[in-house]
Design a protein around this ligand. Structure first.
Ligand code: DP6
Length: 326
């Protein structure tokens, strides 16, 4: 580096998985036990600035205006160290990051956080990485973050090494006008985070069956997206969510992310579909229910969801673009 300070800012969207990532074959590198498929969520954003400055006393992380310590800082530092090693520098960095959506509620803030951090820190360090390299880098911070690097509908090829585990676009954001209407049922921080959860996946006797069937679910879901076949998509998305939650509920210790209102929303969605409204649900590691439909049905779905007692708010997102430097 020629001068002592270099900075870059990046924006990334979180993503919602249709075929979920749950369990790793390598926890340190976050090489997943199965491939996954997702859609970026437009409008929900993490914006992150990274500044390498030789005059800084040490690395720091400010998250939504608060200085972060402990785990969050350690996780960010691990990514900075990786970037510094690639760039051949040892300069400390200041990270300033803001989310425009609530954290810790089942909307994966770690995905947008590490996708934005990967893009901003690589650029600030003077590295010129292509999309696959940025996706691999983001993956090491949070697995699902690798899917927030490319645009639109994205597949994460599980792979078995750092080199072959990355995500790529399978359809552009404009390809299918799907909407994720998130029924917020709780804004509390989740009791068990995904990282601890992944480490428990193999303690469930159901995980081997879930993994063995993953290639089939991926094929069906990929094809349903490419042909915009909502009926097939709905069945496979709900099956995949239920299989992951089956593993969670039967791991040791068990993880139970559903709340009574989550179940009420799932029941309502199934009823609406049986009555002819094309809609389906999926849940991540939290109680909020992601309800998917085509944009034409969005107003109806939003109003029906907000009438369910216990639904605090409905947040909607269309397919989003790639992580990008601004
Ligand atoms: C349930 O990517 O958040 O949302 O790699 O430990 O950061 P870490 O886990 P994370 O796990 C996401 C789990 C999920 C399913 C998914 O997004 O595929």
């Amino acid at each position: 580096m020629q001068t002592s300070t270099h900075s870059a800012t990046a924006i990334a969207n979180p993503n919602l998985a249709f075929v979920k990532y749950w369990g790793n074959r390598d926890n340190a590198l976050r090489i997943p036990s199965n491939g996954s498929l997702s859609m970026n969520l437009a409008g929900l954003e993490t914006k992150t600035q990274v500044r390498f400055d030789a005059d800084l006393p040490s690395d720091s992380l400010t998250l939504n205006g608060h200085l972060a310590l402990d785990v969050a800082l350690a996780r960010a530092k691990t990514m900075l160290d990786r970037v510094r090693k690639m760039a051949g520098i040892s300069t400390p960095a200041e990270i300033v990051s803001e989310n425009n959506f609530p954290t810790g509620t089942g909307i994966a803030s770690s995905a947008s956080a590490f996708a934005a951090l990967a893009v901003a820190s690589a650029a600030a360090a003077g590295l010129h990485l292509d999309e696959a390299e940025l996706s691999r880098l983001a993956r090491t911070g949070s697995g699902s973050a690798c899917r927030s690097v490319p645009a639109g509908f994205v597949e994460w090829q599980a792979g078995s090494t750092h080199q072959d585990s990355f995500a790529f676009t399978i359809a552009s954001p404009e390809y299918w006008t799907l909407v994720d209407c998130v029924a917020i049922v709780s804004t509390e921080h989740k009791p068990t985070g995904s990282t601890e959860g992944h480490a428990l996946a193999d303690t469930s006797p159901l995980q081997p069956a879930r993994l063995a069937d993953a290639p089939r679910r991926l094929d069906i879901c990929r094809r349903a997206i490419r042909t915009r076949d909502f009926e097939t998509f709905a069945d496979i998305v709900e099956l995949d969510s239920n299989m992951m939650h089956g593993v969670m509920m039967t791991s040791h210790p068990r993880l139970m992310y559903w709340q009574p209102v989550s179940l009420a929303v799932m029941e309502a969605v199934q009823r609406w579909r049986a009555e002819g409204l094309p809609v389906c649900f999926t849940l991540d590691a939290g109680p909020n229910v992601h309800v998917l439909c085509e944009v034409a049905y969005q107003p109806q779905v939003e109003s029906r969801l907000s009438e369910i007692p216990g639904v605090l708010n409905v947040l909607s997102a269309a397919p989003g673009g790639p992580a990008r430097q601004i």
